[in-house]
Design a protein around this ligand. Structure first.
Ligand code: 2YH
Length: 259
């Protein structure tokens, strides 16, 4: 997944409100209700310690403040450490954090210090976005298309296969496709089959990955991808419902998954 930019996180609240209303309309459930069912638990009174990390490309302005906003919107107490990196880690534990959130350029993790549970953003994001796609009320069948089998896409494909969906996938990397076929039993999407999907989970860092031949009219596309894989004109022409948001949905899934 691409590194987030401060601009991606502008208007996080408005971006989330829009996704939340689409999620409710197309699945009949709110994001937090989906998470409760998915993970079998509700958030309690956990305190979230958020640690700014300077490694690699360094601090992304708006990142830790966005995480704090999300934790608080979910009803949790949270704080951003004054110090960064190891000193921040020490400070978060000293000041009573139950759950730590921190990200460098490669990995974004949530770690629950009370129960030891650990999750990556890749995994939690793959699970929640694929789950949202799979809950489409107007789905024509149990066939679902996964575009991209990197860390996020693979996690989603695995989740869908375990739920019993008929999973098709595409990825330019032959090894990724073979691995998903061997380990998960998913089928390769071939455009010659002329199959059109009403549920699509897109997990690539690329634009224009969704083409007209893949999708049915009024389908649901669920994607954490930045930029969006769905070209605007295709979205309009096929009257696609789109769930796409840069951080809130994935972080909500992370927090529920470590409770
Ligand atoms: O955006 C990222 C990476 N793409 C990892 C996400 C995995 N889905 N990292 C954020 C880096 C934040 C920065 N180190 C900070 O401000 O603490």
């Amino acid at each position: 997944m691409a590194l987030l930019t401060p601009e991606d996180l502008d208007n996080l609240s408005a971006q989330f409100e829009e996704s939340e209303s689409t999620i409710e309309r197309v699945t009949g459930s709110k994001l937090t209700d989906i998470c409760k069912e998915l993970y079998g638990k509700d958030l309690g009174s956990e305190k979230v310690g958020i640690i700014p990390i300077t490694a690699g490309n360094g601090i992304i302005s708006n990142f830790t403040s966005s995480l704090l906003f999300i934790a608080q919107r979910l009803g949790l107490e949270g704080f951003i450490t004054q110090h960064t990196d190891v000193a921040g880690y020490y400070e978060a534990i000293r000041d009573g954090a139950d759950i730590l959130l921190m990200a460098d350029d490669h990995l974004f993790i949530a770690h629950n210090l009370r129960n030891g549970k650990l999750v990556t953003n890749h995994e939690a994001t793959g699970i929640i976005y694929s789950e949202i796609a799979s809950r489409f009320k107007d789905a024509a069948s149990s066939e679902i298309l996964v575009i991209g089998l990197g860390r996020v896409g693979y996690a989603g494909a695995k989740h869908l296969a375990e739920k019993g969906f008929d999973v098709y996938a595409c990825d330019p990397n032959r090894d990724f496709l073979d691995k998903a076929a061997d380990e998960l039993g998913i089928k390769e999407y071939c455009k010659e089959d002329r199959k059109k999907f009403s549920m699509v989970f897109e997990a690539t860092p690329n634009a224009n990955t969704i083409t007209e031949g893949m999708i049915a009219e009024r389908c649901l596309v669920s994607t954490p991808g930045i930029p969006c894989g769905l070209p605007q004109e295709v979205g309009r022409k096929y009257r696609v419902d789109l769930v796409m948001e840069p951080l809130f949905i994935g972080v909500t899934s992370m927090l529920y998954s470590v409770i």
